[in-house]
Design a protein around this ligand. Structure first.
Ligand code: TSX
Ligand code: MN
Length: 622
């Protein structure tokens, strides 16, 4: 870290280095933040080992991080229990016109589902209510970072200023921070301002040594200025601004303007027994096991899977018309509960060192614990819950928070793809949508074409979870798994996808929809999932290669019986995996029509409505 300072009223001590390493535009941005937030000092991050050690020491001294001696360089953070998830209701897009940010508000008067708009005036007022002096007594860290390999034509730079050293440590894992970024930094970067909102001296004691201001959280995006302003939360989704805020919301808007795609998708490589390799991207809402799929161990002999990314894909057509994808991130910020050596051994290997855990349970031997971590209980080992209280098996409350996380470097994953950080990206041949659907929706469907596939993406629904503020168990619409992440009007987002299909020289990927979560009448899962999902990927692989392994149905192409490998799966029955019920689809169409009317209104593209009408017509004839 390099120390520097500007402005009046800053600490008067002599600083070893100035921040002249920054180009003028970045210096202006930092100076503006210093004038507004009035930190004690300014520290420029360089991504070095020593810097990491210094941050860890400080965080330990402050009681924010606790060592986990069972592993190598692993740490536990416990947040204020009021600061445990993204806050969608306080996440806004700031544009002059409301229609640039969101479709018309629901006619029923219900809350908007596809994002929140804030006027520039209201935003200025909100900033003035929160930021002046908000970093008093704390250092301001300057983090120049790259989303994507710095040399990649698809990469974008950002500069985050924050008063949270936890955020700095996490950003060093999740993004690229270092000299290669400084070298390339000019005036084209996303301006990211973050404060936990607890100036010193404190007026009230902290809870769990975790500074935050839950009642005044605001996560604002100003797409026209490529600016993000986040206040009051230290939790990852609200504070690691490179991830959801930049790589999805701001980037989706840039992508619309510049003719590419910024998507909430994992990227994986599939290699067939004959050694052919294809890359696929997949969009799933939360609680569908996206990270598990991205790191899957296939159950089919001879097939191999490699991981490129588990959350975000930036994709752009190259000169040959191939869709090239990069993972803009450098780490995994994954949900811990449910992760185990049975569900995801590669994740378990990834998080065994150099990992920051947040809100997981603690074992007395210095290990971590959460629900679904299927480790045998050892005599003498006691547990402490994420709230810092003694915990034992059978207690009504979970040991780890349902949204507890690991934050680990991607290159520690044993099946990372050899090209996962290739600056040119990997060519995408299939895009897979999915959802957690207990009834009616078959295991896999291929779209009739691009327009039909865009409709499928817009029609995604899934059982809700704990990743944000929603109640579990209810079916929620989540178009393209982007519902909380649109950086502009979701109707125009669909138009952008439709127009992508009209590019003259594009070799378009094929579009699919999958559902691992069908249940029978007794409530049992009818598909074994996990490594067996490779059977579905193998069928998709065949389709990409042009194999005649599908039959048309009213809802799309499905595998011909016998063309989906169900070998060695006793009790798994083709007809159960591919339900085709007229009544179900009639109801689905009705609900979709209502959802479009409520949430997209006049901004729903005509082509998407035409696809819904086409489906309704085909269902009528079922
Ligand atoms: O991640 C999951 N995937 C994708 C894996 C590559 N999960 C975990 C829940 C999401 C966080 C799944 N859960 C999957 C799945 O494909 N399928 C299911 C449902 C399921 C759970 C248990 C069994 C079968 C299906 N069977 C036994 O445990 C024996
Ligand atoms: Mn995600």
């Amino acid at each position: 870290m390099q120390r520097g300072m500007w402005g009046v009223g800053l600490a008067r001590r002599r600083l070893s280095t100035s921040l002249s390493a920054l180009p003028a535009a970045a210096r202006d941005f930092v100076e503006e933040a210093v004038r507004l937030c009035r930190p004690r000092e300014v520290l420029l991050c360089d991504g070095s080992e020593e810097e990491g050690k210094e941050l860890l020491r400080g965080l330990q001294d402050d009681g924010v991080l606790h060592p986990l001696p069972k592993y190598d360089n692993c740490w536990l953070a416990r947040t204020d229990p009021r600061d445990v998830a993204r806050v969608e209701s306080k996440t806004v897009l700031v544009t002059p016109e409301q229609s640039d940010a969101v479709p018309p508000p629901p006619p029923s008067g219900g809350p908007p589902q596809l994002g929140n708009w804030m006027s520039p005036n209201a935003f200025q007022a909100a900033v003035q209510e929160r930021f002046p002096g908000c970093m008093a007594g704390r250092p301001l860290y300057v983090i120049p970072f790259s989303m994507g390999p710095p040399t990649s034509p698809l990469a974008k730079l950002g500069v985050q200023v924050t008063d949270s050293p936890y955020v700095v440590l996490s950003m060093r894992i999740m993004t690229r921070v270092g000299p290669a970024v400084l070298q390339r930094l000019d005036d084209d970067f996303v301006r990211c301002l973050h404060s936990v909102g607890r100036p010193l001296p404190l007026t009230e004691p902290l809870v769990s040594s975790w500074p935050c201001d839950p009642s005044r959280v605001l996560v604002a995006h100003i797409p026209s200025e490529r600016r993000i302003v986040s206040f009051g939360s230290g939790y990852g989704g609200n504070s690691l601004l490179g991830k959801k805020c930049f790589a999805l919301r701001i980037a989706s808007r840039m992508a619309q303007q510049q003719g590419w795609l910024a998507e909430h998708m994992l990227i994986l490589g599939v290699t067939s027994p004959s050694g052919e390799k294809r890359y696929m991207a997949a969009a799933f809402p939360s609680a569908c096991g996206k990270t598990n799929l991205a790191m899957m161990t296939p159950s089919l002999p001879g097939w191999r899977i490699h991981c490129v990314g588990d959350d975000i894909a930036w994709m752009k057509f190259d000169d040959e018309g191939r869709l090239r994808a990069i993972n803009p991130e450098r780490g995994f910020f994954g949900v811990a509960p449910g992760t185990s050596s049975r569900t995801n051994p590669n994740a378990m290997a990834t998080i065994a060192r150099n990992t920051i855990f947040t809100n997981v349970g603690l074992r007395s031997d210095g290990g971590v614990y959460w629900d679904g971590l299927d480790e045998p209980t050892e005599p003498g080992v006691t547990y402490t819950s994420w709230l810092g209280k003694p915990w034992k098996h059978g207690d009504p409350e979970p040991c780890a928070h349902p949204n507890s996380r690991f934050c680990a470097p991607a290159d520690q994953c044993p099946i990372m793809d050899p090209r996962w950080d290739d600056p040119e990206g990997v060519p995408i041949d299939a895009i897979i949508f999915g959802g957690r659907r207990p009834r009616g929706v078959p295991l896999v469907v291929e779209a009739f074409g691009w327009r039909h596939g865009v409709f499928m993406g817009s029609a995604m629904r899934s059982e809700a979870t704990a990743a944000a503020e929603h109640k579990g168990g209810r079916l929620m619409h989540d178009p393209f798994a982007m519902r909380p992440f649109f950086g502009y009007n979701a109707g125009r987002y669909l138009e952008h996808w439709l127009s992508t299909g009209l590019r003259s020289n594009a070799r378009l990927p094929r579009l699919f929809h999958v559902n691992w979560f069908l249940r029978d009448n007794e409530g049992r899962f009818v598909w074994p999932g996990f490594g067996h999902n490779a059977r579905v990927l193998a069928w998709i692989f065949g389709r990409i290669q042009g194999r005649d392994t599908a039959r048309p149905t009213p809802i799309g192409w499905v595998p011909k019986e016998g063309d989906l490998d169900l070998g060695g799966l006793p009790g798994v029955d083709y007809s159960q995996l591919f339900p085709m019920e007229k009544g179900f689809w009639e109801e689905e169409c009705r609900q979709l029509r209502e959802y479009y009317g409520e949430n997209f209104g006049a901004d729903l593209p005509r082509d998407v409505m035409a696809e819904l009408e086409g489906l309704e017509e085909r269902v009528r004839k079922m």
